[in-house]
Design a protein around this ligand. Structure first.
Ligand code: TXE
Length: 480
């Protein structure tokens, strides 16, 4: 049995109350380890370690911080295979994906912010005619909380931790209790890289115990959270009266809008990926596919044919396209939408069933599923399913596409397929989303602002936006 421990003040420790949670392997449904269900006391210890480390860390030179972050990045790269195996086992995602996306991106997060902090600058404002000069100090906040989800475990955990540390803060962090392994392994790497003790403290446990203790802690002055919209609303409600700084990256129900003048083959190939990558468990997946009526039938035939070729299998098999969903409860939630779609008049074009993988009968597998539906105004088109289920619908003209695309409570990302630049720009201006992709999907440049509008959250991560979030602006005015 694997045993995950908390990482506090540079040491691996048991939880104070000796409470433990089971950790399941999605590929076979077995319990393969235990993780702390940390209490307020553990969070308090992590906070004290962070508070103690803060004065020295916040005064560490940018060059030294940068060197350390880049060292962590290098160590992650050197341990890529071990981390990819751990991520795949813990989450159920194909190992090929963990190897090519999750772990390399986690390493990039450290490298990127290690470099970015050396380029981060603040403004100055000369008060002309008043003989005064203003300049802005960008000071670290102190102790900050980072809470991350299970879909891209190390990738999203480090997307918060790297900028927080780079900006001079100390951290109390909690990965998802469903996927704790790679965050646990990261502790060793941080120690080996020479990160001073207390700068990063990792406490494991469920949302309502450990997570709740972090958001309620009066000394933790900022919370960076990625997860479900309901949880985000709860965090906002709890943290707002304490005036904590908040960054909330929440759910999505993203439109994928396909015009007849697109580059068809590239669109088809990318649409398979944007629908089903990571079993559809990415907040950026395009789960509502709107297709211009003139190419709807052609698209429907080709898309169904391609999706039927995707192989559902054990995450460690090299030819697996679709691994296991993250948990039994999530599998049940996703499967439940098939009946919902049926009741709403949806037609199943392919998929729609749980899959039994030989030798792993208790694993959480589900077929990639396409549902044809004739209304945007139904639960399968309004609620975030967060699994391998997409809907397809025809539209006539930009206006109708735009209307349907925007008619959801979410606003994270949108994809447009067209070679008409005017149309692409006009749609980009009017789509209610924080991220627009034109003729591509999930092409990421870490310098760009990342986040959503409406129920998809507040605040932006990425690039200098993240460094701004993890610092306080202080204006200094000098009269001369
Ligand atoms: O997420 P939670 P869940 C969506 C997706 C999914 C749904 C629910 O639709 O089906 O959310 O997933 C911690 N105080 N996304 O329930 O609970 C929790 O321990 C503090 C979209 O797994 O939001 C975990 O570390 N923290 C999303 C983190 O919040 C709390 C990715 C996320 O878990 C807490 C994941 C509390 N009271 C799910 N309660 C995306 N945007 O990518 C829970 N947590």
């Amino acid at each position: 049995m694997n045993k995950v421990l908390n990482y506090i003040n540079g040491q691996f420790v048991d939880p104070v109350n000796d409470n433990w949670l089971d950790n399941y392997s999605p590929a076979d449904g077995d319990i393969y380890g235990h993780i702390p269900d940390s209490s307020k006391e553990d969070v308090a210890q992590a906070y004290l370690a962070a508070k103690e480390a803060f004065p020295a860390w916040s005064q560490t030179t940018l060059e030294a911080r940068s060197r350390l972050l880049i060292k962590i990045s290098e160590l992650l790269e050197a341990n890529l295979e071990r981390f990819a195996e751990a991520e795949s086992k813990d989450n159920g995602k194909p190992i090929s994906l963990a190897r090519s996306v999750d772990i390399p991106r986690a390493a990039s997060n450290f490298r990127f912010f290690g470099n970015a902090i050396t380029q981060f600058a603040s403004e100055s404002h000369e008060s002309v005619g008043q003989h005064a000069m203003n300049f802005t100090l960008r000071q670290p906040i102190g102790v900050v909380g980072c809470i991350s989800p299970w879909n891209l475990p190390l990738y999203l955990f480090t997307w918060k931790i790297a900028p927080a540390i780079a900006a001079g803060n100390c951290i109390v962090a909690k990965p998802s209790e469903v996927t704790p392994m790679t965050a646990f392994l990261l502790g060793d790497i941080c120690t080996e890289a020479g990160l001073p003790k207390g700068v990063l403290n990792i406490v494991h446990g469920s949302g309502h115990t450990t997570g709740q203790a972090i958001i309620e802690h009066p000394g933790i002055k900022a919370i960076s959270f990625t997860g479900g919209t309901t949880t985000g609303a709860h965090i906002a409600k709890t943290a707002a009266p304490m005036f904590k700084k908040l960054s909330l990256e929440l759910g999505g129900k993203n439109p994928n809008i396909i015009f007849s003048d697109c580059d068809y083959d590239a669109m088809l190939e990318t649409t398979v990926r944007s629908s089903f990558a990571n079993q559809g468990q990415i907040c950026l997946c395009g789960s509502r596919i709107f297709v211009e009526a003139s190419i709807y039938d052609r698209f429907k035939t080709d898309f169904v044919e391609k999706v039927k070729q995707l192989k559902v299998g054990h995450p460690s098999a090299p030819d697996t396209d679709i691994g296991a969903l993250v948990s039994k409860s999530h599998l049940e939630k996703v499967a439940g939408y098939i009946d919902i779609a049926g009741n709403e008049g949806g037609t199943l074009l392919c998929g729609g069933h749980k899959v039994t993988v030989d030798g792993y009968e208790n694993g959480y597998y589900f077929e990639p599923t396409i549902i044809e539906i004739d209304s945007n105004d139904c639960r399968v088109n309004q609620e975030e399913i967060f699994g391998p289920i997409v809907t397809i619908m025809p539209f006539e003209g930009e206006k109708e596409a735009l209307k349907m695309a925007n008619a959801v409570k979410y606003g994270l990302s949108a994809t447009i397929w067209t070679n008409n630049l005017k149309r692409a720009m006009s749609m980009s201006n009017q789509l209610q989303a924080g991220i627009i992709w034109i003729n591509t999907w999930m092409l990421r440049d870490l310098r760009t602002p990342f986040g959503g509008v409406k129920a998809s959250g507040v605040g932006r991560e990425g690039g200098f936006e993240a460094l701004r979030f993890f610092t306080q602006a202080k204006n200094v005015c000098i009269k001369y």
